[in-house]
Design a protein around this ligand. Structure first.
Ligand code: FES
Ligand code: FES
Length: 224
């Protein structure tokens, strides 16, 4: 004999009564994205009779923005909901900035906006309009790697490297305001950057070494 649980049937969903040209089972118009509205208002569901109701279609909105990225002025037309990290990676093709979580947890997407370390998955592209943005691609110069890049390399501050661009951008912001941080200050600064490989110790060592190299470089530069 069949189990009573197995033979139980779920009740059928009750259809929403039709009102005017609204399709059946439809959420209120203000709850749906414009693409869904455009689809539902046509004959795709076979629910509407007569021509599609074009009054339900909402055209996408684009905002024009201008950002200086790694010293070059870049312009784009973006939807207001576009994230800064999408602008950087997908529109400007600067894929050194990574996306680990997309929810402001991991720090892999960290860039500098007007000199401040920012998680670019947390900021809208339009909020960066008129700003100066630096990504990991902008850290090296014609003379060679940035001291942080060299130190991460020499002190094994990375393994898979996924977190490294964000770590370096966060560390660079720290060293810009604190050229001689303690280990505790370094650990506090990178608390919002997750690394799943290194155990952090070599990252701290690398940042400390880069700080020393940068201080030595600025002293040598001042003396010459
Ligand atoms: S991708 Fe931005 S914080 Fe993780
Ligand atoms: S080096 Fe792999 S996540 Fe940090």
């Amino acid at each position: 004999m069949a189990s009573p649980l197995r033979s139980r049937r779920l009740p059928r969903a009750e259809p929403v009564p039709r009102t005017g040209s609204r399709p059946r089972f439809a959420a209120p118009v203000h709850c749906r994205p414009f693409r869904a509205i455009a689809l539902d208002s046509g004959s795709a569901l076979g629910a509407s009779s007569g021509p599609p109701d074009r009054t339900l279609e909402v055209p996408p909105v684009a905002a024009h923005l201008s950002v200086t990225v790694n010293g070059t002025v870049r312009e784009a037309d973006v939807e207001p909901r576009r994230l800064l990290v999408q602008l950087i990676r997908e529109d400007f093709d600067l894929t050194g900035t990574h996306v680990g979580c997309d929810t402001s947890q991991c720090g892999a997407c960290t860039v500098h906006v007007d000199g401040k370390a920012v998680k670019s998955c947390t900021m809208l592209a339009v909020q960066a309009d008129g700003s100066d943005v630096t990504t990991i691609e902008g850290m090296a110069s014609a003379e060679g790697l940035h001291p942080l890049q060299t130190a991460f390399w020499e002190h094994h501050g990375l393994q898979c490297g996924f977190c490294t661009p964000g770590m370096i951008m966060t560390a660079a912001a720290l060293l810009a305001s604190n050229p001689d941080p303690t280990d505790d200050e370094i650990r506090h600064a990178i608390a919002g950057n997750f690394c799943r490989c290194t155990g952090y110790q070599n990252i701290v060592i690398a940042i400390r070494a880069a700080a020393a190299a940068m201080r030595a470089g600025s002293t040598a530069g001042a003396a010459s």
